[in-house]
Write a protein that binds this ligand. Structure first.
Ligand code: NDP
Length: 613
């Protein structure tokens, strides 16, 4: 249990504010996001696929499919499944990975589990009849579920795996997209869906000398079991006599550290910012525990979770875990973010609630870690929502082991230097046989926003040039004028949630509905400039103000490494639950009306989204 903590006095709050500011200043770096290296060119080794052997030669494809889906993670898989439900036949999912699963294909590190309850995280449980065995699934169960969906909806048939899309070009004459890949494929597709993910490309800290290390090294998202031995469940016999260093104590590091602690001769944990580690209480679950005997149980549970974590009211809390408990904090923040009512009162109430929560988290560290100096380094000094919270019952106890050393790198803004033999912090060299980077992913770098996948619409216009010049312009985050039959799935101008797969499922459902409607209406999926403009106005009207909050936070990918978050592409201001309602309503009003009108009158007038040919 998280220990309870008394309400703080005004003096306590003032002291906390000072401490938070001091800790933030210790960590903010002038180079911001520029401190990281991408895993390409000389660092490409860190991103190579360790799960496939030699990629088998195959003949390139030059055919035509109905829909090309870029990305075989849950986004792409769900798009494929919903398209199948609409009767679409030739669906070609393309992914760099050797199989379906996206992040769950790549991340197989020891200890990997989902940090969202499996019964709301795993999509299509109603449709597949699968009931997860644990409250928080191990990664392998999730990866297998991705494959289960891909098999059920026959998505392997046209898939191109171990293949990277390198170019998407619209051809006005044929009204098809030309899809080019790194395996010599050049095929055409009537529609393209981009489901390229947001946290996919592993990043490395740009530590001086990183390329000099002579020991073994890899990133957690490409775990090298050929070196460590063992499986995600542990048993890494290859590390029994090894001195291992791990850099990074985010959501990944928290899961990996206890496993490495158990299997290494000595583990050095190089920490820059401590994470908040709350109670996990993972346990086996039965179908009866989650009411899985009723049709629609999973959808109901998932909606209930989304309502609560989006700050909406719900009659009961079906999941009842650390995420839903922390929604109490969000309820206090949202009115302020949404500029509602007396903001000062809400902010003051929030500050007290947050202090109680964080004092309890810090107390948990002190009660678990026996060495007071180590406990103090592990205590997080920032507000709860500044970084993605984590949950573990074996992370803090790992620091009580005699073979584990915690090294605080905050004062030197991270590791000072890497040498041939190890890692230097504050002038002390820690000799290592193996250095593991749990340093996360470049945010939003994958796909079209990185420029790595050029997308050329009408008249060869590059999507990213267009967005750089005129700002991101979409309707609902899915479609853009000048780029017909292209549907973006991802974080552009829509809504997000900690439960990514729920968001992806709703997006996939919408994308498939657009394509099905366009097929029936013999239309192109393309919004008018006016429809895009109206959507931008909707986003701007109630644009939330959370910059003040992020500007006071410790650096991380939530706030562009300490620079405060600019609401760049913009998100729907009323949250994910309301956004899904809006999409459902729009589909009924706009698509259905368009189809009805077309059926009865043959009306060729353009609709806001479906432009008739
Ligand atoms: P993060 O970006 O959250 O963490 C990176 C870590 O590396 C931080 O602790 C960071 O410190 C540290 N770091 C970076 N550079 C240095 C340096 N130079 N010296 C020392 N330390 C350094 O990556 P994760 O892989 O942990 O998580 C990324 C996201 O993936 C999560 O936020 C979550 O969304 C998702 N995830 C989800 C899981 C799930 O179960 N659903 C499980 C794991 C991850 P600092 O904080 O100071 O920057």
């Amino acid at each position: 249990m998280t220990p309870s903590a008394p309400a703080p006095s005004p003096d306590d709050l003032a002291a906390l504010r000072r401490r938070y500011q001091h800790e933030r200043e210790r960590r903010v770096r002038p180079d911001g996001a520029g401190q990281y290296l991408t895993t390409d060119a000389e660092f490409g080794y860190y991103a190579a696929d360790p799960y496939v052997g030699e990629t088998a030669e195959r003949a390139p494809f030059h055919d035509t499919v109905d829909v090309a889906v870029v990305g075989g993670g849950f986004g792409g898989i769900l798009a494929g499944a919903h398209l199948r439900d609409h009767g679409v036949e030739r669906i070609r999912i393309i992914d760099t990975a050797g199989d379906f699963g996206g992040t769950w294909y790549w991340n197989r590190y020891p200890g990997i589990h989902c940090d969202i309850e499996s019964h709301v995280y795993l999509p299509m449980l109603d449709e597949t009849g699968y009931v997860p065995e644990w409250k928080y699934s191990p990664g392998e169960e999730i990866r297998r579920h991705a494959i289960r969906i891909a098999e059920k909806y026959d998505l392997y048939a046209d898939a191109l795996l171990s293949t990277t899309v390198t170019d998407l070009t619209w051809d006005d004459d044929t009204e098809h997209w030309l899809v080019t890949t790194d395996r010599g494929d050049v095929f055409s597709a009537r529609y393209v869906i981009t489901a390229t993910g947001t946290l996919t490309e592993p990043k490395l800290p740009g530590i001086p000398g990183i390329q000099d290390f002579r020991g073994h090294t890899f990133h957690t998202s490409r775990w090298d079991y050929s070196y460590t031995g063992g499986t995600p469940d542990g048993g890494m016999t290859g590390l029994r006599d090894k001195r291992v260093g791990i850099v990074g104590t985010g959501a990944t590091g928290v899961q990996v550290v206890p496993m490495l602690a158990a299997d290494t001769a000595h583990l050095y944990v190089f920490q820059r910012t401590p994470t908040t580690v709350d109670v996990r209480a993972n346990r086996r679950t039965t179908a009866a525990d989650v009411g899985a005997d009723r049709a629609g149980w999973a959808r109901e549970r998932r909606d209930n979770f989304l309502r609560i974590v989006s700050g909406e009211t719900a009659e009961e809390d079906l999941v009842a875990d650390g995420w839903t408990a922390s929604a109490e904090l969000l309820e206090k923040l949202l009115p302020s973010f949404r500029r509602r009512g007396d903001r000062e009162t809400f902010e003051a109430a929030y500050e007290v609630a947050d202090a109680v929560k964080m004092n309890a988290v810090r107390e948990r560290v002190r009660q678990t870690v026996t060495d007071p100096a180590t406990a103090e380094i592990l205590a997080p000094w920032y507000r709860y929502a500044c970084k993605r919270p984590t949950f573990s019952d074996n992370y803090y106890p790992a620091f009580n082991r005699s073979n584990v050393t915690l090294v605080d790198t905050a004062d030197s803004h991270g590791i000072e230097r890497v040498t041939e033999n190890g890692v230097v912090v504050d002038g002390i060299e820690y000799e290592l046989d193996c250095l593991v980077f749990a340093t996360g992913f470049s945010v939003g770098i994958s796909g079209i926003r990185s420029g790595k996948l050029p997308v050329r619409g009408r008249r060869g216009t590059l999507l990213m040039d267009e967005w750089k010049q005129h700002g991101t312009r979409t309707l609902h985050g899915f479609t853009s004028n000048g780029f017909p039959n292209l549907i973006h799935m991802g974080p552009q101008q829509n809504a997000s949630s900690v439960n990514f797969t729920h968001i992806l499922d709703e997006q996939a459902c919408h994308a498939a509905a657009l394509i099905a409607a366009a097929e029936t209406a013999h239309a192109l999926v393309e919004p008018s400039r006016a429809a895009e403009g109206a959507w931008l106005e909707t986003l701007a009207q109630d644009a939330p103000d959370h910059e003040w909050f992020h500007a006071e936070c410790t650096p991380g990918y939530y706030n562009q490494e300490g620079r405060g978050r600019t609401n760049g592409a913009g998100a729907y201001p009323h949250g994910a639950y309301a956004f899904h309602e809006l999409l459902r309503h729009w589909r009924t009003e706009s698509i259905d009306e368009a189809l009805r009108a077309r059926k009865s009158t043959g009306d060729r007038a353009p609709r806001p989204e479906l432009v008739t040919r």
